[in-house]
Ligand binder design. Structure first.
Ligand code: ATP
Length: 508
């Protein structure tokens, strides 16, 4: 709930003044004059501060943002190319005037957090030789009607002033989290939001080709679907660029960029790290490089090793190691559970385990890190079933050794059920092509259990043939706490050197 103390104080103070003046007979005029003076001075100081904050400057000391070029942004080749094409309209202005093309006013960058949208906006400013002014949507959220709108005006004014001062022909105004002010107007929101958005639309409509300096608005969001259609129509944000999570090549590129200022050991294989960090954003990859350097420094090593990088991936993926002390029995159960996942993973996809760990991290007491081998965007029924089998491997292993399960399988079952849902929704089950929203909970329960029960029986049969591997690996895992993928495969009896040309190992 919002804190309304400020509003209550504003209402209470005039009542108190009137009361003292009329009923108590105290002359309040000198007090009011003095308060007026102090208020005026404070207002001046604050409005200057606001303008400076909007422009991203510190009081008294303007700090120009370091110019950033597209070369310093890893992956995102398609996004960079689309953006450069759009920016060329601004760079080659005479050409667009000749063809009578209307000016590009806004570019919308949409994609998950940490994928480099801010970096792209900064590089756009550098590429077009513009000044760069940035703000975040949340800075415009205020209780008072009109404040957000006036901040939008300040932001554009600031951009024009900065460009004039720096003698530049154009300015890039970047608004991050634009969905905060540009969300769909359904009549339900506060009037203030409407006014802020209207002001933004007015500013965009006021951008003309002949205007000097030219303004280019770049907005960023990770929730494009909630943006108001007035913002998305042609003539406003009429270029939409998707900034996706990087693929393996992109991850490798980003890692190399952030490794530039770090001492790496010769044996370090960044391509392998890129392979193991499937689904990571640019910001997470930057964090991997940074954490690996911290691990190296903590160990007083001269340089960063592959092990430091691997530890950093675990940290970014699972969180910091915790001090949770598990009992001996719990540790053993967790180890068998994780080995269940790992053995199942190697049986259905040889070479896919990258690490098995018996260490508390985040909420988990142990974990298996899988190596996806290659980025995938389409999944077959067989692939998804194998995925479910890996998820069920932990619970199956507990049943095999203890005859019962524990609460440690809860997350695995959630994962398995969400895969079943996506199989049903993609028409990959016996139900054929169906609309899942029309299925009753009973029908869901039947479909879920028929798929999961059948796969669970297959998993139990496959794992019961590996009891010896379980026991062998359990002893090593209990003492060493982590097992690398290769070490684990050697315990499993898989010849790690006999990989096929794709780098996948085969069971011996
Ligand atoms: P948000 O949506 O959360 O605002 P964003 O998409 O704007 O995130 P950035 O602020 O551009 O993400 O990225 C954060 C940090 O992550 C950057 O400062 C940089 O260190 C790193 N980073 C992200 N993407 C890339 C990339 N493609 N290349 C190099 N570094 C990247």
């Amino acid at each position: 709930m919002r804190n309304y103390a400020k509003e209550m104080a504003i209402g209470f103070i005039p009542v108190l003044i009137l009361f003292l003046q009329i009923f108590v007979g105290i002359n309040m005029i000198p007090v009011l004059l003095f308060a007026g003076l102090i208020g005026g001075a404070l207002y001046l100081v604050r409005s200057r501060g606001n303008l400076a904050a909007v422009g991203g400057e510190r009081k008294g000391k303007p700090r120009p943002p370091a110019p950033l070029s597209f070369d310093e942004i890893g992956g995102q080749e398609r996004a960079k190319q689309e953006l450069i094409e759009a920016l060329d309209f601004l760079v080659h202005e005479e050409r667009i005037t000749k063809f009578g093309i209307r000016p590009l006013k806004g570019i919308l960058l949409a994609g998950p957090p940490g994928t480099g949208k801010t970096l792209l906006a900064k590089a756009a400013a550098h590429y077009t030789d513009s000044v760069y002014v940035a703000a975040s949507g949340s800075e415009f959220v205020e209780m008072y009607v009109g404040v957000g709108a006036s901040r939008i005006r300040d932001l554009f004014r600031e951009a024009r002033q900065k460009a004039a001062k720096a003698d530049k022909k154009s300015a890039v105004v970047f608004i991050d989290e634009i969905d905060v002010i540009g969300g769909k107007r359904d009549g339900g929101q506060h009037k203030e939001y409407d006014q802020t958005l209207n002001q933004l639309l007015t500013e965009m409509d006021g951008i003309h080709t002949s205007e000097k300096p030219r303004i280019l608005l770049i907005g960023a969001t990770n929730r494009k679907e909630i943006l108001d259609s007035a913002l998305l129509r042609p003539g406003r944000f009429d270029r939409h660029i998707t900034v996706d999570l990087p693929d393996k090549k992109g991850r490798d590129h980003i890692l190399r960029i952030h490794a530039r200022n770090k001492p790496l050991q010769e044996e370090v294989n960044l391509e392998k790290i890129a392979e193991e960090s499937f689904g990571f954003s640019g910001a997470q990859l930057e964090s991997v490089m940074n954490e690996s350097a911290i691990y190296a420094m903590r160990e007083e090593s001269e340089s960063i090793s592959q092990r430091h990088l691997s530890m950093a991936i675990d940290k970014v993926m699972m969180g910091e190691r915790t001090d949770r002390e598990a009992t001996k029995e719990e540790r053993e159960r967790v180890a068998l559970h994780e080995l269940g996942h790992a053995i199942m993973a190697e049986l259905v996809r040889p070479g896919s385990v990258s690490q098995v760990a018996l260490l508390p991290r985040g909420q988990a007491l142990g974990y298996v890190r899988h190596n996806p081998q290659q980025d995938r965007y389409l999944y077959t029924r067989r692939f998804l079933e194998e995925q479910i089998m890996v998820a069920l491997g932990g619970a199956a292993a507990e049943e095999l050794f203890y005859g019962d399960r524990s609460t440690g399988s809860r997350g695995d079952f959630d994962q398995a059920m969400s895969i079943v849902r996506s199989m049903v929704e993609s028409g990959l089950t016996e139900l054929g092509i169906t609309d899942s929203s029309m299925m009753t909970p009973d029908k869901w329960a039947i479909v879920n259990s028929s798929i999961l029960d059948e796969l669970m029986s297959r998993v139990k049969v496959m794992l019961s043939e590996q009891k010896e591997v379980f026991l062998r690996s359990l002893e090593v895992l209990k003492t060493e706490e982590t097992l690398s993928g290769d070490r684990f495969r050697s315990l499993l009896g898989i010849d790690v050197t006999a990989g096929d040309p794709d780098g996948e190992s085969k069971p011996a």
